[in-house]
Design a binder for this molecule. Structure first.
Ligand SMILES: [Zn+2]
Length: 121
């Protein structure tokens, strides 16, 4: 399960981030998660809960901001890689939905990181 190793890394980096600060209680952690990362937000939330057990982050609210995938192709296509189709495999972003070309630039959708941590000192 990919989500679990991601969640473990996130817990680690939040704890590193808070190291040396006077933290009494962590209120919430805001994440940015791109649609093209193939990470399921519900699973990530669940795994974060498990991974943060017995740390200062136990029971903290995880807020996930999902960023839509946006591609730009040489042919001029710019936008949603799914082309309105919902049940496409999330890793199938290798071809342009318009011309089928593979010369793509990913403008958005690969975000995976901590955006904000709120805590009481
Ligand atoms: Zn194209």
């Amino acid at each position: 399960m990919h989500e679990f190793s991601v969640a473990v890394e996130m817990v680690k980096s939040v704890l590193t981030e808070l190291e040396g600060r006077d933290v009494n209680k962590v209120l919430d952690v805001v994440l940015e998660l791109g649609d093209l990362t193939s990470i399921n937000p519900e699973q990530l939330e669940f795994c974060f809960g498990v991974a943060s057990k017995r740390t200062i982050l136990e029971g903290v609210t995880l807020t996930i901001h999902q960023k839509p995938g946006v591609l730009r192709c040489k042919c001029g296509y710019e936008g949603d890689p799914s082309h309105g189709c919902d049940d496409f495999p999330p890793l199938a972003y290798v071809a342009c939905p318009d011309c089928g070309g593979g010369d793509l630039e990913i403008l958005s959708g690969r975000e995976l990181g901590i955006k904000n941590i709120r805590y009481e000192g």
